[in-house]
Design a protein around this ligand. Sequence first.
Ligand code: AMP
Length: 183
Amino acid sequence: MPNDTAPTGAADLALIEAHIRDVPDFPHEGILFKDITPLLNHREALAAAVAGLAAPYRGIGVDHVVGLEARGFIFGAPVAMELGAGFVPARKAGKLPAKTIDQAYDLEYGTATVEIHADAITPGGRVLIVDDVLATGGTGRAAVELVRKAGGTVVGFSVLMELSALQGREKLPDVEPHTLLSV
Ligand code: AMP
């Protein structure tokens, strides 16, 4: 059952946390991967996650939800439906078929690029960015710059889980990320 508009309570957060699986050394040695697939496959946990991601942004006017490839797509589309907004996929370079706007960002080794379609954001459109995990904040920072380049106003950044030791939040002082869980 979809949740109502109540803020996500402690029981919901415990349910969400219980369905995120830690996978050590994936995809590389030393990385503790936060696997959300058990959560996606549990209807109450999934509903609680979507409701919790959307809750702070109800009634503030959101025109577009931008979801970050790939797990941000899974949460972003239902969050957009809950908020009465459209959904915009932000993809890795070369995946979107029409004219794009892009933003490069630094990885540990090298750089990566995120793209959205150039006509995806209405001028001055109010945008919520959604992803599953906030780690170093590099992807999130690039997404914020990308939305601004596209003429949108970032009104929020909603993430399921924050890996607080990596201090990604410090790269996003201007958007104050909303995170359901902090580990
Ligand atoms: P970052 O740019 O470092 O904040 O990384 C954020 C992106 O990488 C998100 O799209 C996450 O899905 C993914 N990510 C980073 N670290 C992890 C992790 N430990 N477990 C799962 N996903 C991760």
